[in-house]
Design a protein around this ligand. Structure first.
Ligand SMILES: NC(=O)c1ccc[n+]([C@@H]2O[C@H](COP(=O)([O-])OP(=O)(O)OC[C@H]3O[C@@H](n4cnc5c(N)ncnc54)[C@H](O)[C@@H]3O)[C@@H](O)[C@H]2O)c1
Ligand SMILES: O=c1ccn([C@@H]2O[C@H](COP(=O)(O)OP(=O)(O)O[C@H]3O[C@H](CO)[C@@H](O)[C@H](O)[C@H]3O)[C@@H](O)[C@H]2O)c(=O)[nH]1
Length: 663
């Protein structure tokens, strides 16, 4: 069933041509008002009234008193942003019904199954509680009560009578309040707040192709919203910078998302800021206050920043552009390091010690991937061009150019080290996701590298990723590099589910994603400090959901059955508080169960998230590789000296090694 009207479906399908997510700049030919305009468009910006208006924060606190409570949220888009964001909002607001709606039936089926469509650490726990509801359970308020912390009502009575110093707290059962569905119109019509979190990829054709935002999916949603939303509904853009002003009166807020793949749940639960942009009107302030109250269930008010809508949207673009700029900056220095013998990690460490610079996002390598950085920098470039600021545009374009340079330089180095030819050779690519701890492959540097390697005519390009499902990788490589690239069709690319099989007989191994699994440093002895602490005694008389999550993580790692790294994944180990309702089994013909059985991998199914990260045994890889045992570390995860001790020849971007001066 597709609930969208025919026109919306058509528009969606255009958007579906490019499945990366969205840049965000205005597109001149579009009929709706673009989000950012030159300053002389005073009527649009409403600058006159803003100059004399009271500070937004005080206007918002007045508005907070008048805002009606939010009861029903609809999130359109069940992707990387929509799914986890809606789950966390529902988890922390049991009185709000949160419905996530998507046109993609497969995605919705997966969200309702044991196989969520995305892997994010910690997501499963939140999903299980919000989507399925939870059982009543009893927890000990203090570690002294009983170590297992979970008790029955009988224990509770016994505890009270024995006069334990702590007490046993009954945590009430919860009703489910998170729903996944494909019925867009119904979901929108029932909502007080509609979050729009659909993909808005870079335009691939027409005016602004290659840098402007393709708003097709976003427009399709706003058409449905305009048709079905009740008057007074608050529209919230989670999609990055894509303000739409419908003909009917809806309050439109900008609430950009800052979560990163692989840490989405942590970023949502402990957001360093929530940014809400609104119009500078009484109804805008009321809407912003209503949305702020939803976040205030778990985010301290001091971290909720309210701004004007344009500032909010521009801030999101600038945040990503400046992070990308840091990576390009350090990668430019890596090239200097390779030419001089300096070590980029030493340089990064030395400059990062200056608190004005800071040490984050200075890891040199093959450059950034992912659905956001490139498109958001390009959006900024396009915006600058639209605003006739060519110097600004070329300044930011250089960030993208440097990223491409980093990737090309890496491939050139591989080819050069292999005597300028890959003919007849096997090259293994370790890591296909765009970064570690995610199965997100959008704008993955690995894919660019595979395509560039293919040009060199190798005998085989073997690909392995610890989180992505092999069949899906093969499907994607077939789509982007052409079906002829795959070994099954006579091409060189073969996808493996086993890292040793992938490296067997290789002439070179390339590390293209920074998965810890690929590190060679010895696995550190279990460090008590690194383990989650026992959150008891709780700060509050009644533990908050956050306290229960912390207790659950702590208990998982301290149960006698758990291994030192908490690897036991049995049912009780997964649910030490005994809160989860059992999940119904999948139907016999579940395609995701079948894929897991065939590949033995756990790509879909966050239920496996506590499974150990097993490190590659590099000695084993060495034994089955061809001389001279080349390893090219595109992510700086290897200890070069340790690898050289085994006998490998290692090249690492910007890091000192034997061949450093040669390329
Ligand atoms: N991925 C990230 O880490 C991230 C972080 C911050 C912000 N963002 C922004 O959030 C937005 C969404 O990104 P994402 O990564 O979640 O994208 P995504 O591609 O993972 O998910 C988008 C979902 O929207 C659905 N969709 C598209 N058109 C629809 C329609 N008309 N009706 C119903 N559903 C529809 C798609 O089927 C898809 O499931 C983008 O604008 C992106 O720039 C992404
Ligand atoms: O020092 C570094 C740090 C990161 N990367 C690479 O940069 C890319 C992006 O990494 P990261 O920013 O961690 O992941 P994203 O999920 O793309 O998150 C970014 O993009 C999101 C979407 O807009 C934002 O919400 C986040 O705040 C922002 O960090 C990945 O390929 C990383 O391997 C490096 O090469 N070197």
């Amino acid at each position: 069933m597709n609930p969208l009207p025919p026109s919306a479906v058509e528009a969606d399908e255009l958007g579906a041509l490019d499945d990366s997510t969205a840049p965000t700049t205005p597109e001149g030919s579009l009929t709706f008002s673009p989000p950012l305009r030159p300053q002389d468009d005073a009527a649009y910006l409403n600058l006159g009234s803003r100059a004399n208006s009271p500070p937004l924060s005080s206007a918002l606190s007045d508005a907070a008193a008048r805002a009606s409570p939010v009861r029903n949220i609809c999130c359109v888009g069940a992707g990387f942003v929509g799914g986890p964001t809606a789950a966390v909002i529902a988890f922390h607001n049991p009185d709000i019904r949160v419905t996530v709606v998507d046109r993609d039936e497969k995605r919705i089926r997966r969200w309702n199954s044991r196989h969520p469509p995305i892997y994010e650490p910690g997501l499963n726990d939140i999903l299980r509680i919000a989507r399925d509801g939870s059982r009543e359970c009893v927890v000990a308020s203090s570690p002294t009560n009983c170590d297992a912390a979970v008790s029955s009502r009988d224990d509770e009575a016994a505890g009270a009578s024995e006069g334990h110093p702590g007490r046993l707290i009954t945590v009430a059962a919860r009703q489910p309040n998170l729903v996944f569905t494909t019925d867009v119109a119904k979901c929108v019509s029932e909502a007080d707040v509609v979050l729009i979190a659909v993909n808005t990829p870079t335009k691939s054709r027409g005016n602004g192709a290659g840098s402007a935002t393709d708003m097709a999916a976003f427009e399709a949603v706003t058409a449905v919203v305009a048709q079905h939303a009740s008057p007074g509904t608050i529209i919230v853009e989670k999609s990055t910078l894509a303000l739409y002003q419908p003909g009917v009166h809806f309050e439109v807020l900008s609430n950009p998302e800052f979560l990163a793949a692989g840490t989405a749940v942590k970023d949502l639960l402990h957001a360093d800021r929530i940014l809400i942009g609104s119009s500078d009107t009484a109804s805008g302030h009321r809407a912003a206050a209503a949305l702020a109250s939803v976040y205030a269930s778990w985010i301290p008010r001091s971290r909720i920043i309210t701004t004007h809508v344009f500032s909010s949207e521009l801030a999101k673009l600038v945040a990503n552009s400046m992070l990308a700029q840091r990576i390009s900056s350090i990668n430019s220095i890596a090239a200097v390091c390779d030419a001089t013998g300096a070590d980029v990690d030493e340089v990064a460490g030395a400059i990062g010690a200056d608190p004005r610079i800071g040490g984050k996002f200075l890891r040199a390598g093959i450059g950034f991937g992912g659905s956001c950085f490139k498109k958001d920098v390009l959006s900024l470039v396009y915006l600058a061009e639209t605003l006739v600021l060519p110097e600004v545009a070329s300044y930011w374009r250089a960030v993208i150019e440097m990223n491409e340079f980093a990737r090309n330089r890496f491939v050139s180095r591989v080819v050069k080290c292999l005597n300028n030819t890959l003919a007849g050779k096997k090259v293994t690519v370790l890591g296909y996701a765009f970064k570690k701890d995610t199965n997100d492959t959008r704008e993955s540097p690995a894919l660019d590298i595979i395509r560039a390697l293919e040009e060199e005519g190798p005998r085989e390009i073997a690909v392995f990723d610890p989180l992505c499902i092999p069949a899906q990788m093969a499907d994607e490589i077939g789509r982007f590099a052409g079906p002829g690239a795959l070994q099954s069709n006579g091409g060189p690319v073969a996808v493996y589910a086993d890292v040793y099989a992938a490296c067997w007989g290789a002439d070179a191994v390339l590390i293209t994603t920074e998965f810890d699994e690929f590190r060679n440093a010895p696995v550190a002895a279990p460090n008590a400090d690194a383990r989650p602490a026992d959150p008891r005694p709780f700060a509050r008389a009644e533990p908050h959901e956050t306290d229960l999550l912390a207790l659950q993580s702590y208990l998982r790692l301290s149960q006698p059955s758990a291994t030192p790294s908490g690897l036991d994944s049995g049912p009780d180990a997964e649910d030490p508080l005994n809160r989860f309702h059992p999940m119904p089994p999948c139907p016999e013909d579940c395609p995701d169960c079948r894929a897991e059985r065939v590949t033995g991998s756990a790509g879909y199914g966050a239920s496996k998230e506590h499974v150990a990260k097993s490190r590659v045994d590099w000695s084993k890889v060495y034994y089955h590789m061809n001389r001279p045992h080349w390893v090219f570390d595109g992510r700086g995860v290897l200890d070069i000296a340790g690898m050289e001790k085994i006998g490998f020849r290692v090249e690492s971007v910007g890091r000192r090694s034997r061949m450093a001066m040669m390329v």
